[in-house]
Write a protein that binds this ligand. Structure first.
Ligand code: ADP
Length: 420
């Protein structure tokens, strides 16, 4: 029964089995159904004379990748079961052997005739997990069929027989993954270089001020007024430096996914009220900051981080507000959502820059006049990270010459509580 397989190079057959092993591994990893598995093999198998069979070992029903008159079913295995001869039971034992073979064993089944294709074949194969209709996985036997006439005509099977179709697919996806990894590494590298050069520049400016002012103060030790003036400048530059370093550290912590939110229920309206009052006191009567709200709202969020967002929006509005020096903070309730809007009547932001202002270090106007507006271009980037971590919606509406409105939205925690 298996006489011609004696002539077959072991290497060649293990190569053939390699196809079946690779198919089986991919089919199982994708949880394919029998139909999907056969379709997958049909599209990847470039050697048309090598059909594949998928055998259900429970009843030996089998489907082929080779479809005749629209029918994929093959009956040669069921027929062996019906034969009840020594040969047929040896055949069935061999199928069991293939089904249970370890990775290094290459049992060969055959030779046998596949009625549907009118060909005599031997086959090698492996166990494959197939997804059933109920979603569970069940093992089948996946066979790769080799026509006997092919084996008989080809004695010296090249051991380096290329695993053409599989290796092409595998290499393709590996190469794509490698390409993606390289692109990502390049992108991260460029971002790091940009980050380090901007950061060094930003740190150097206040650092120089601290060193310079300290040196100047040393030269005027007998002039208390002069020294005090220098120390004020040293102090302002130091706190700017500290804010910058803290912002950089916070941002890199957030962007490396290490941000842990401390979620708790708190009164958003109280936070808004407190921040507005603090700002009003800080800026004096020249500025007018007011809060418009008609109810108290509680939310479940990280109180410290949300306060930081509110602080940032109000701080920016103060720096960019127009002649009227008016800032309006609105708390708007909309069903289960509460929206906080911070509006100013300042210069506004050109439309083409609206999406960029959330990027690290982006400042719309980098001219020396604009440098009088303090800031490091990190504020909105930090805001974005905080709001994204909360899965909160946020945005900006702006009209050149009319002003800007920055907003974010949170879920109202408890409607009842808001009624209190
Ligand atoms: P900065 O520290 O420069 O304020 P931000 O990240 O907070 O950094 O803001 C980024 C840029 O967005 C600012 O430099 C400014 O150009 C623009 N911007 C932010 N808020 C406003 C506003 N209310 N009106 C006009 N421009 C604004």
């Amino acid at each position: 029964m298996v006489e011609s397989t004696k002539q077959v190079s072991e290497n060649y057959l293990s190569t053939e089995k390699g196809y079946a092993d690779d198919w089986a591994a991919y089919i199982a990893s994708c949880h394919m159904t029998a139909e999907e598995a056969l379709d997958y093999i049909r599209t990847t198998n470039t050697q048309e004379d090598r059909a594949a069979h998928l055998v259900d070992m429970a009843d030996l029903s089998a489907r082929s990748t080779f479809v005749r008159n629209g029918n994929p079913w093959v009956h040669c295995y069921e027929e062996q079961q019906k034969l009840a001869t020594t040969d047929s039971s040896a055949f069935l034992d061999k199928m069991e052997q293939l089904f249970n073979a370890g990775p290094d064993e290459v049992p060969v089944l055959g030779k046998y005739r596949v009625g549907e294709s009118q060909r005599t074949v031997v086959s090698v194969g492996t166990r494959v997990m197939i997804r059933e209709e109920d979603g569970s996985d069940r093992p089948y036997l996946l066979l790769r069929l080799i026509p006997v006439e092919y084996l008989q005509n080809t004695w010296a099977f090249p051991t380096e027989f290329p695993l053409a179709e599989i290796s092409m697919i595998v290499n393709l996806s590996i190469n794509q993954n490698l390409r993606r990894a390289v692109d990502m590494a390049e992108h991260v590298n460029q971002a790091k270089t940009r980050f380090l050069s901007t950061m060094s520049h930003d740190i150097r400016t206040p650092m120089n001020a601290v060193i310079g002012m300290t040196e100047i103060a040393k030269l005027h030790l007998d002039d208390a007024g002069y020294v005090r003036d220098c120390l004020d400048k040293v102090s302002a530059s130091s706190s700017h430096l500290l804010t910058l370093v803290n912002d950089i550290l916070d941002l890199s912590r957030m962007q490396s996914g290490q941000m842990k939110l401390n979620l708790q229920v708190f009164c958003l309206t109280d936070i808004l009220q407190r921040t507005v009052e603090r700002y009003q006191k800080l800026l004096g009567e020249d500025y007018q900051i007011c809060l418009e709200q008609n109810c108290r709202v509680w939310v479940k969020a990280d109180e410290l981080e949300i306060s930081r967002v509110i602080y940032n929006f109000i701080n920016n509005a103060c720096h960019h507000t127009g002649e009227d020096k008016q800032i309006v903070v609105r708390q708007v309730l909309d069903g289960k959502k509460v929206r906080v809007r911070v509006c100013d009547h300042g210069e506004g932001i050109p439309e083409e820059n609206l999406s960029k202002i959330w990027d690290r270090y982006y400042r719309v106007n980098k001219s020396s006049a604009a440098k009088k507006v303090p800031g490091n271009g990190l504020g909105l980037c930090i805001v974005k990270e905080i709001l994204q971590a909360h899965h909160a919606r946020y945005g900006v509406e702006s009209q050149l010459g009319e002003g800007s409105t920055f907003w974010f939205e949170l879920e109202v925690w408890d409607q009842e509580l808001t009624q209190k």
